[in-house]
Design a protein around this ligand. Structure first.
Ligand SMILES: NC(=O)c1ccc[n+]([C@@H]2O[C@H](COP(=O)([O-])OP(=O)(O)OC[C@H]3O[C@@H](n4cnc5c(N)ncnc54)[C@H](OP(=O)(O)O)[C@@H]3O)[C@@H](O)[C@H]2O)c1
Length: 245
């Protein structure tokens, strides 16, 4: 029976992905910054493990607790919506620490076991913002674009060791905790001069007819983890798929 370790399972796409792999009969290591047992089914195939992807000691302890894994899903991420002009560099670094360096650190930590076993899959969850950039998310998009380039290169580098590296590019989902989790970070990032323009952008979010659901992303991660065709990119959700059709 295969084992998947997923980062950021307290809500949203990560939580649904943990449920999906469990329902398919896999062992699941559902990792969270603050572990919560109550959001996932009770099962001897499912463990909740503490993990903050920005902390090396937390990564080491989580992998020690997990034992061997077959698939790593780098799902944990934070959002940022605001005018770049007024975004503090500390906030830029905060976004990269989780979305970019956190993914790299997790990847580096699992590679020795994957390379030694000549088997393993890494699925990196980025965003459809990398497919069609939009305004007011320049820092967020940059953090995810970095992972797109990282993953595309690494896929070639690890081919000889039979380690596969994949991208899942979800569309916009208004129903996860993504926006509320980023609320404090975004305060004051729409100055007066940007307000009319930003207002039109925010209004357009409410008019979207096709949006992504957490189950679209769980299904995309499942397909990426089990892909044997060499496909790198898995857009997930109707709005993301429309961008590449
Ligand atoms: N929702 C969207 O519209 C959308 C669109 C495209 C891509 N995405 C991407 O999809 C992924 C999941 O987002 P979501 O929509 O499901 O948002 P979400 O509900 O906010 O979930 C994000 C998860 O990441 C965790 N996380 C944040 N920082 C972390 C850290 N340092 N270490 C470990 N875990 C951390 C959060 O944990 P806490 O509960 O501890 O904060 C939470 O479990 C993210 O990579 C996001 O960039 C989202």
């Amino acid at each position: 029976m295969k084992t998947v370790l997923i980062t950021g399972c307290s809500s949203g796409y990560g939580l649904e992905t943990a449920r999906h792999f469990h329902a398919q009969g896999w062992n699941v290591v559902a990792t969270m910054r603050t572990p919560r047992e109550d959001v996932l089914p009770r099962s001897d195939r499912l463990r909740v493990v503490a993990l903050d992807v920005t902390k090396p000691e937390s990564i080491a302890a989580a992998l020690e607790a997990s034992g061997p894994i077959d698939v790593l899903v780098n799902n944990a991420g934070i959002g940022l919506l605001g005018a770049f002009e007024v975004t503090p560099m500390a906030t830029v670094r905060e976004v990269f620490e989780t979305n970019t360096f956190g993914v790299m650190a997790m990847t580096q930590a699992v590679l020795p076991q994957f390379r030694a076993r000549k088997s393993g899959v890494i699925v990196n969850v980025t965003s459809s913002a990398t497919l069609a950039p939009m305004p007011l998310v320049a820092v967020y998009t940059a953090s995810k674009m970095a992972i797109e380039g990282f993953t595309a290169s690494l896929a070639f580098e690890l081919e000889a060791f039979n380690v596969r590296v994949k991208l899942v590019e979800p569309g916009y989902c208004p129903n996860t905790s993504f926006t509320s989790n980023g609320g404090a970070r975004m305060e004051g990032l729409i100055p007066e001069a940007y307000a009319p323009f930003a207002g039109r952008i925010f209004a357009s979010f409410g008019q979207l007819t096709a949006v992504t659901s957490a189950s679209d992303v769980a299904e995309g991660v499942w397909r990426a983890a089990n892909d044997a065709t060499g496909t790198l990119r898995f857009p997930a959700g109707p709005d993301a798929v429309a961008l590449v059709s």
